[in-house]
Design a protein around this ligand. Structure first.
Ligand code: PLP
Length: 352
């Protein structure tokens, strides 16, 4: 029997972390930033009358602001509805070859979903036994390369030279570096975009800029890459960026001092929390992000996950090969992490 179901674009979707709609929990499962936007940004009044009009399709307010902040020309910046939208557009635009796109086996779990939904061939390159990206794996013929730096959910950073070697070895592929977590202590490869026309750097407002709810992400590269991205974007949906996002997203860039202060707090909380976890018998991967990826030497991750949830603490567990005994724990405020440490003390030490 023929059915309309034979003609459907079926796909196994990405599963986001839970978003319980209550305030009484400690929410450490989706790498949100606990500090929120600055008081100045919170006090901005939006002119809702303006919402009857379409927003500026070129998003110039935001694009120009980001270009100025990063010392680029506006033609080198592409903005989207979160970096998920930006990266999805990148898959559609740049990964258009019969050869497989390369990314790690353990990485942001949206990459294989986009490859699947767009019918792009891909190969997942295994991280080594210490969860490091293996550079040589990215030196074979491919249809494009993408990975986060620092990688997620491991939190492990690679250096600029490591990425430059890969970009240099792949002149016929676009290499996308997803810098969602770079502000938490990593060195950006942004300076390399002037040297290599096949490198694209992607950032998001969701983590370091504490505005996941606003949905802003952006890509930076040479003007030709950005032009091709815009051509595809204008062929799908011209008005992706709404007016409040353009206004608030551009305003927050002026709060550099607040930005640096909150980043420093998260980094110091992370380093203290990592040390506390190690004292409790956890193996903690060296993190340069706003989360840690940790595994307890004796207590299974699923058991810790459930017990924390009973106490209204939400962390992330991935039921995937090699990492199913790890938990990814977002760095919240000092108070939140102190509470988590004391809960873990009970959970891990009572069972030992
Ligand atoms: C969170 C995250 C994103 C997506 O962030 P948006 O909220 O869509 O901007 C992209 N890549 C990685 C590695 C992430 O962790």
């Amino acid at each position: 029997m023929k059915s309309w179901k034979d003609n459907i674009r079926t796909v196994v979707p990405y599963v986001p972390g839970e978003q319980p709609q209550v305030d009484s929990i400690i929410k450490l499962n989706t790498n949100e930033n606990p500090y929120g936007p600055s008081e100045r940004v919170k006090s901005i009044k939006l002119d809702t009358d303006n919402l009857r009009k379409y927003p500026d399709a070129k998003s110039s307010l935001l694009v120009d602001k980001l270009a100025e902040y990063h010392g680029l020309k506006p033609e080198q910046v592409f903005v989207g509805v979160g970096s998920d939208d930006v990266i999805s557009m990148c898959f559609l635009t740049f990964f258009n070859s019969d050869k497989p796109v390369f990314f790690p086996d353990i990485t942001y779990s949206f990459y294989d979903v986009w490859a699947s939904v767009y019918r792009i061939p891909y190969e997942q390159k295994p991280l080594d036994e210490n969860f490091n990206i293996v550079k040589d794996d990215y030196m074979q013929e491919n249809g494009g390369i993408i990975f986060p730096n620092p990688n997620a959910p491991t939190g492990i950073l690679v250096g600029t030279d490591f990425i430059e070697d890969i970009v240099k070895a792949n002149p016929s592929s676009v290499v996308i570096i997803d810098e969602a977590y770079i502000d938490f202590g990593g060195e950006s490869v942004l300076p390399l975009i002037d040297k290599y026309d096949n490198l694209l750097v992607v950032r998001t407002y969701s983590k370091s800029r504490s505005m996941a709810g606003l949905r802003i992400g952006y890509a930076m590269g040479n003007a030709e890459l950005i032009k091709y991205l815009n051509d595809v974007k204008y062929s799908v949906n011209s008005y992706t960026m709404n007016m409040p996002s353009l206004i608030l997203g551009s305003a927050i860039i002026d709060d550099e001092e607040y930005f640096r202060t909150t980043l420093a707090k998260i980094i110091s909380t992370r380093d203290k929390f990592s040390a506390d976890l190690e004292k409790l018998g956890f193996t903690v991967l060296p993190s340069k992000s706003n989360f840690v990826f940790a595994s307890h030497k004796t207590v299974p991750a699923t058991e810790i996950f459930e017990k924390l949830k009973e106490k209204n603490v939400y962390v992330r567990h991935f039921n995937a090969p090699r990492i199913d005994n790890f938990l990814r724990i977002t760095i919240g405020t000092d108070e939140e992490m102190t509470k988590v440490v004391s809960l873990l003390e009970t959970i891990c030490c009572a069972t030992n």
